[in-house]
Ligand binder design. Structure first.
Ligand SMILES: NC(=O)c1ccc[n+]([C@@H]2O[C@H](COP(=O)([O-])OP(=O)(O)OC[C@H]3O[C@@H](n4cnc5c(N)ncnc54)[C@H](O)[C@@H]3O)[C@@H](O)[C@H]2O)c1
Length: 271
């Protein structure tokens, strides 16, 4: 019987591919036999990442690309079409938070820095919408394709202090459903758009917020653990399988969903 999870013929473009979750996923997918295109902001990071990826196989390449710069996106799209010839999957991993868009422990909402709020909205929401608009042109031309976006636990329920990022990720949930609907109604059932909503994974951006230097949990880290039935943070490789499923033929009838990968966080009231 056909292996529904076979990725060997697929070409997968990943933004934020020098980062933790998207970068780890990209390497995993390459190990599964896919051709992976690594995209991230700076050339030196991309070169480093591709050099590592070449140790897995020759089925990879990389380009520096700011997901908020339409000219850069168009130019990378043209290069990919010339060099690789097709894109089957886009994984929108570029994203993140910044302190000014967050309410500090001794602040309230009126201290929000609106410029930083806008930057975080842009990076997370427009930084997903713009690459999708650019690369989905290939899906329209081919009549097939697939997108996976990165949402967050903060999209569907309120996470104190984190305003800009939460608003942006809620926008990603809506965009995921909207784009899934638009693609299917206009171009048929072979273009699918889904998202994963990771729970709490320790990354470079949130490590200091969650874990003290001695390895114990910060107060906020402990609050997260208290609302996570698994009583631990996620390990980066725990997002790989869900993304593998969503981009594979095993999910052929799946579009417009946001899958929590969260150790039960979203199911639990905390009580
Ligand atoms: N780590 C978590 O706990 C967690 C939880 C929920 C959601 N997420 C989301 O998962 C995704 C990946 O997160 P991560 O933890 O791997 O973050 P990360 O910081 O390790 O990786 C993000 C990558 O995006 C790149 N990037 C930033 N701005 C860019 C731009 N303008 N153009 C192109 N690339 C740019 C960065 O250089 C970095 O390599 C993000 O969308 C994040 O919001 C993470």
């Amino acid at each position: 019987m056909k292996n529904l999870f076979d990725l060997s013929g697929k070409t997968i473009a990943v933004t934020g591919a020098a980062g933790v979750l998207a970068g780890g996923t990209a390497k995993y997918l390459q190990e599964q036999g896919a051709f992976v295109i690594y995209l991230d902001l700076f050339q030196d990071k991309v070169d480093e990442t591709v050099a590592e990826a070449k140790k897995i196989s020759e089925k990879c390449c990389g380009y520096a690309c700011n997901v908020l710069n339409q000219e850069a996106l168009d130019s990378v799209y043209e290069k990919i079409m010339a060099d690789v010839g097709r894109i089957d999957v886009l994984i929108n991993g570029a994203g993140g938070n910044m302190p000014g868009a967050t309410i500090g422990p001794d602040q309230d909402v009126f201290d929000l820095k609106i410029d930083d709020y806008s930057k975080v909205l842009d990076l997370n929401l427009k930084g997903t919408v713009m690459p999708t608009m650019t690369f989905a042109k290939a899906f329209k031309a081919q009549g097939s394709g697939c997108v996976v976006n990165f949402s967050s636990m903060s999209a569907g329920q309120c996470l104190t202090r984190v305003l800009g990022y939460s608003n942006a990720k809620a926008g990603i949930d809506n965009f995921t459903k909207w784009m899934a609907t638009e693609m299917a109604l206009k171009y048929g059932d072979s273009i699918r758009v889904n998202a994963i909503a990771p729970g709490f994974f320790v990354s470079n951006q949130n490590r200091a917020l969650l874990i003290n230097e001695d390895g114990s949990y910060t107060e906020r880290g402990q609050q997260v653990i208290n609302k996570t039935p698994f009583r631990r943070f996620g390990e980066q490789e725990e997002v790989y399988g869900t993304i593998h499923f969503l981009i594979s033929d095993a999910a052929k009838f799946v579009s417009g969903i946001i899958v929590p990968v969260d150790g039960g966080f979203s199911a639990f009231t905390g009580v």
